[in-house]
Design a protein around this ligand. Structure first.
Ligand code: C5P
Length: 238
C-alpha cells in the first residue's frame, strides 16, 4: 500500500490518501490537545499506544459483530482504514458520572449510573461540539432517524464488549466517545478507541488512567497510557 497525499490533519491524527480510493492511511501523533484546542502539549508514545490499542479494540469489536473501519496495522503508529463518509456526530456512552455530565447534572464524579447513558453531540469545533438531541439531528439534516438508532445500538454494543475487556484488565470503563461513518450503505465504527477518547479508572483505587491526567495536570500521563496498553495486551493475547 502506497502512502499518498496528506488529506487532513486533526488534533491527534493525520490522514493520508493511498493508491486505493477506498482506503486511508492514518498516522497517530503524540500531540495532545484539550478544551477544544485551548490546551496543547505532547504525550510521549501516545501515538504508538493509541494506534496499537485502537487496533486491539477494533479487532474485538469485529469479532463481536460491530463492524469498524479498521483494516490492518501498517506500523507502530500507522493503520490502514476504510474511507468513510463521516456522520457529523460524536456519540458518548457513560457508565459512571464524570466530566461534563458531572457539571451538567450537578452530581459528583464517580457515581455509578444504574443504566448506561448515551449522548449525542454535533461535531463542530467552532460551536464547541454542542449536546444535541434526535429532534435537532433530524431537523438539521445531520442524520436520519434510522441512522441515529443504529449508531446508538452500535455504541451500546461497544460498551458491552469494551467494559468486559477493561474489567478483565482491572479497569473501570467510565465513559467514551465514538464516531461513525458510511462505507456505501453500511455504518462502520470509525476514529479511534484509546485513553484519549475514553475515561479509564483503576478498578481498585479509581486512579485515572486516561487523558484527564493531561487535561487536569495530574502528572504521570505517559505512564498511565503505557499502563493501560500493558494491561490490555495481557488480557487480549495476540
Ligand atoms: O468531557 P466529557 O465528559 O463530555 O467527555 C465524555 C467522554 O468523551 C470522555 O471519555 C472524553 O475523553 C470523550 N470525549 C472525546 N472527544 C471529545 C469530547 C469527549 O473523546 N471531543
Amino acid at each position: 500500500m502506497e502512502k499518498g497525499a496528506l488529506l487532513y490533519e486533526g488534533k491527534a491524527k493525520k490522514v493520508f490518501a493511498t493508491d486505493e480510493a477506498e482506503y486511508y492511511w492514518v498516522d497517530y501523533k503524540d500531540d495532545a490537545t484539550a478544551f477544544n484546542g485551548e490546551k496543547k502539549g505532547q504525550i510521549l508514545d501516545k501515538g504508538m499506544v493509541n494506534n496499537q490499542l485502537s487496533a486491539l479494540f477494533f479487532r474485538e469489536m469485529e469479532k463481536a459483530g460491530v463492524p469498524t473501519h479498521f483494516v490492518e496495522l501498517l506500523g507502530e503508529r500507522q493503520m490502514l482504514v476504510r474511507r468513510l463518509r463521516m456522520i457529523p456526530l460524536e456519540v458518548v456512552v457513560r457508565n459512571v458520572v464524570a466530566g461534563s455530565l458531572a457539571q451538567r447534572v450537578g452530581t459528583e464524579e464517580g457515581y455509578r449510573l444504574p443504566q448506561a447513558v448515551v449522548e449525542l453531540y454535533y461535531k463542530d469545533d467552532a460551536l464547541g461540539d454542542p449536546l444535541v438531541n434526535e429532534s435537532h439531528i433530524q431537523a438539521m439534516g445531520w442524520a436520519g432517524a434510522a441512522t441515529v438508532k443504529r449508531i446508538q445500538e452500535m455504541a451500546l454494543a461497544v460498551n458491552r464488549v469494551l467494559s468486559g475487556i477493561m474489567d478483565k484488565a482491572g479497569i473501570e470503563l467510565v465513559d467514551f466517545k465514538l464516531e461513525f461513518g458510511f462505507a456505501g450503505d453500511t455504518i462502520l465504527l470509525g476514529d479511534e478507541i484509546s485513553p484519549d477518547t475514553c475515561r479509564f479508572w483503576d478498578k481498585e483505587t479509581r486512579e485515572k488512567l486516561d487523558k484527564d491526567r493531561f487535561r487536569r495536570d495530574l502528572g504521570q500521563v505517559e505512564e498511565a497510557y503505557l499502563e493501560v496498553y500493558r494491561r490490555v495486551k495481557e488480557v487480549l493475547p495476540q
